[in-house]
Design a protein around this ligand. Structure first.
Ligand SMILES: [Zn+2]
Length: 487
């Protein structure tokens, strides 16, 4: 038996208490489509995700509610996972940073870095944004506040903390960026992180005094400190594979002893530094192999503005799914379609209720939904069946997905829908079959076969819609209701 090629992909782990916003949905859906693509092209895939359950924000919220942080996160994780289910995210592993196994991993990561001389203790004072859970330099602040979290006051932290010797990894990181020009996608983001690292790295604090912020992984051998949330959270990319146990899943999916090792992390552009420089240096320090690809998403705006409650332009993933509940049996696929098709793969995008409506009508109601009805009507009326059983992915989609260009890939799929529509308009098989039955049957058979190919491709992006079309073809029936309706 030939071993399958291996592929590891992970999202970032959002805070379990955050309202999952459209940017999270974007990251989940893109990583999910890539995972489905790899599986369908013969890879053995591990798709990791999970929830970040430590840090000052969670501690503060639990205190406000008057319950322990652990009870607080336990009460939230079910609802958090529900979002993944509603979005139909095909993850293989879900790691919580409060899982015992993860805590052991974070402590092992600490011990390895400590043993190799990359952790030391010093006094420091810093300006800190609790929103980002990051120290901010003066140049990163705008009018004294974090531009991403203008409503949160910047905290001044002054204490004795443990530090990670990030600065010593400057050259090793720059070497990696040079040797692997596609390590960060898109290249503009690689240039951005390279310039950041070239300016020189400052060692970063990796602990907090327990008396000020007790909610974190205990620092091994020092009861006064807990780990800084990023040092803990980043380790989830390997604790999700059972690390520090180096046998089993970790050995299989992270080490992947092959020339074409693929270890992919998806994240938003606000995570560039953590993923492509901090975490990579932690891996170098602990003598573990680095990731091979960091794919960076842009932000989603609405009507030219950042989404915010005060502007009133927030589009929440759950409300968008609900909005289409009456019009289709596959409402999550509407959201998945919009995120994959209407937002650039790597740059910022803009969607509004109007743009979503237009897209829904043009591509789903009048596009794939209508096409499926037309073809299944002809096929069932004239008793044309498909004998195909192979899953088909078109070469253009393979090329786009291998470059993580999910938008280009789904656009190609929609192009196939339009081409097939045009073919039906031009050849009019429903008319031909009345005057030349044999020729008509051949044309309908071609339409059915092309529709089947489209459905196979569509399954990567809109899994239940694609599967439903395939079911109709296999069972030789019309969809019970139009797939996408205007109601
Ligand atoms: Zn911030």
């Amino acid at each position: 038996m030939q071993d399958k090629k291996l592929f590891y992909i992970t999202t970032t782990l959002p805070y379990v208490n955050a309202d999952l916003h459209i940017g999270h949905a974007l990251e989940f859906v893109r990583a999910d489509s890539v995972a489905r693509f790899k599986r369908s092209t013969g890879y053995d895939v591990f798709f990791n995700t999970g929830s970040d359950e430590h840090g000052a924000k969670i501690f503060e919220s639990a205190q406000e509610k008057g319950i322990s942080p652990q009870s607080y996160v336990d009460s939230l994780v079910g609802g958090f996972k529900e979002v993944h289910t509603l979005l139909n995210i095909s993850y293989d592993g879900f790691i919580r940073t409060t899982d015992t196994q993860h805590i052991q991993a974070a402590q092992e990561m600490w011990n390895r870095c400590l043993d190799r001389g990359y952790i030391y203790k010093k006094n420091y004072k810093t300006k800190y944004c609790v929103g980002c859970e990051l120290s901010k330099t003066e140049s990163e602040l705008v009018s004294g506040v974090c531009p991403i979290h203008p409503n949160r006051e910047i905290q001044i932290i002054e204490e004795e903390n443990y530090f990670f010797k990030w600065s010593v990894f400057q050259n090793e990181l720059l070497d990696k960026y040079t040797k692997e020009p596609e390590f960060v996608i898109p290249s503009t983001r690689l240039n951005e992180i390279r310039s950041f690292v070239e300016r020189g790295l400052e060692d970063f604090s990796i602990s907090r005094l327990k008396e000020k912020m007790p909610w974190g992984v205990p620092v091994p051998g020092d009861d006064d400190h807990v780990m800084y949330v990023w040092f803990d959270a980043l380790t989830s990319y390997i604790s999700g594979l059972g690390w520090p146990n180096e046998e089993g899943k970790f050995s299989k999916y992270w080490l992947q002893e092959s020339q074409t090792r693929e270890v992919v992390q998806y994240c938003g552009k606000d995570n560039l530094r953590q993923q492509s420089a901090m975490w990579q240096a932690m891996l170098m320090a602990s003598e573990l192999p680095c990731s091979t690809r960091i794919v960076i998403n842009g932000f989603i705006m609405s009507g030219g503005l950042k989404m915010s409650k005060s502007v009133g332009n927030v589009l929440s993933p759950m409300s968008l799914i609900q909005r289409y509940n009456q019009q289709t049996e596959y409402p999550e696929d509407v959201l998945r379609f919009v995120l994959l098709h209407d937002v650039p793969s790597f740059e910022d995008g803009d969607i509004t209720i109007e743009s979503i409506e237009n897209s829904y009508t043009a591509h789903l109601v009048n596009g794939i939904g209508n096409l499926t009805n037309r073809i299944m009507k002809m096929a069932t009326t004239h008793n044309i069946i498909s004998l195909d059983t192979e899953k088909y992915i078109s070469p253009e989609i393979i090329e786009a997905m291998n470059s993580f260009d999910t938008k280009k890939a789904i656009e190609h799929c929609m192009g196939d829908v339009r081409r097939l529509d045009k073919f039906i308009q031009e050849t009019e098989p429903f008319k031909v079959v009345k005057v030349n039955e044999e020729k008509g049957h051949i044309l309908i058979g071609e339409c059915l076969s092309d529709l089947r190919n489209i459905a196979c491709n569509l399954e990567l992006f809109m899994p239940r819609t694609g599967a439903k079309i395939l079911e109709c073809i296999e069972e030789h029936k019309m969809p019970e209701k139009a797939l996408f309706r205007r109601e």
